[in-house]
Design a protein around this ligand. Structure first.
Ligand SMILES: [Zn+2]
Ligand SMILES: [Zn+2]
Length: 330
């Protein structure tokens, strides 16, 4: 099965975190956290449409300036999601520059600040001089923060002495095209494939005629049966900067339940678990246990404390052993 999206942590485990998720066959990508973005090319940054920030400690938000610098002159709308205080954090960044010559630019930053019961929204438009932002009506928060035809994004509040948001991204289902069956019908790959998938995700009536070209059309349902296999969609979760306790454990397991890949911090080694708790972070073993209990297919740990700079392999091993159910409890 060809995946619908590809994920990669763009930095090493001791650097400031950022997860880049790019869609296959589309110039579109998401970022989870805005740590150090230097390793992302301008081409990749220009694909970004949605950004999900766990919290605004400097190691998770310092990349905002690089992003802004790259997208500034572009005709783009970027949605940014973050925890309470996020609108003021973005505004503070924007306030640190002078914006008198940007009114012919068309960049829009649509900032959504997530609270336990409500999502606040402020929009910053270059056309309006970027500052001040324009408030939009708030919306209720019910853990699903993006609902698109193809996928949803969910978030929950984790405890890092401040709220830190954990995220789950879930493709509704996966459409795999059968090349040989397409050949048999004389259909050549092209932009129609995305239209075709979109029609399936939108659950259009199976009897609707689907136009592959102006001349060639089939009932949508019939075509789907002939040239596509529908299977469960991809799922990932991103969890960082959180203390381990009964409540956060339950929330983390819910976010990560059954995902294909769980990206989870493991800042400290097992032996240093009391320090991890003092600093509101996870240990390797806690991360591995969460992954195992959530039944994930695979786990990638990241965001190691620099105190282990020369012992990264030990942290990977502890987390992996816990994920496999070997070794320490808790
Ligand atoms: Zn933090
Ligand atoms: Zn951090």
């Amino acid at each position: 099965m060809r995946p619908s999206f590809y994920m990669r942590l763009i930095n090493g485990p001791f650097e400031d975190p950022c997860l880049f998720v790019s869609f296959a066959f589309e110039k579109r990508a998401f970022l989870f956290d805005l740590g150090d973005l230097q390793k992302l090319s301008a081409k990749d940054l220009l694909k970004v449409s949605h950004i999900f920030v766990s919290h605004t400690h400097i190691d998770h938000f310092i990349g905002f300036d690089r992003l802004l610098r790259i997208v500034l002159g572009r005709n783009k709308t970027i949605k940014l999601f973050g925890p309470p205080g996020f609108i003021a954090n973005v505004e503070g960044k924007l306030n640190s520059y002078t914006w008198n010559l940007i009114k012919d630019h068309s960049l829009v930053l649509d900032v959504l600040e997530i609270h336990p019961t409500v999502i606040k929204n402020r929009v910053f438009c270059c056309e309006k001089g970027l500052l001040p932002g324009i408030d939009r009506p708030s919306a209720p928060f019910n853990w699903e923060i993006v609902k698109a035809p193809r996928f949803s994004i969910f978030t929950d509040f984790l405890d890092h002495k401040i709220p830190s948001l954990g995220f789950r991204m879930e493709e509704r289902f996966h459409v795999n095209m059968l090349k040989e069956k397409m050949d048999a019908l004389g259909l050549t790959p092209g932009p129609w494939i995305n239209r075709f998938k979109q029609a399936l995700f939108e659950k259009q009536d199976p009897n609707t005629p689907f136009f592959v070209t102006d001349q060639q059309h089939f009932p949508l349902g019939e075509l789907a049966e002939k040239i596509a296999i529908i299977s469960p969609g991809q799922k990932i979760a991103y969890i960082t900067d959180v203390i381990y306790n009964d409540e956060t454990r339950e929330r983390m397991i819910k976010l990560a339940k059954g995902v294909n890949v769980l990206f989870i911090e493991s800042a400290f080694c097992h032996e240093d678990q009391s320090m991890a708790a003092r600093k509101y972070h996870l240990t390797t073993v806690q991360a591995g246990n969460i992954a195992r209990e959530a039944g994930v297919d695979s786990m990638q740990v990241f965001h190691f404390s620099t105190r282990y700079m020369h012992a990264g392999h030990m942290l990977y091993k502890e987390a992996k052993d816990a994920f496999k159910g070997l070794g320490n409890d808790q």
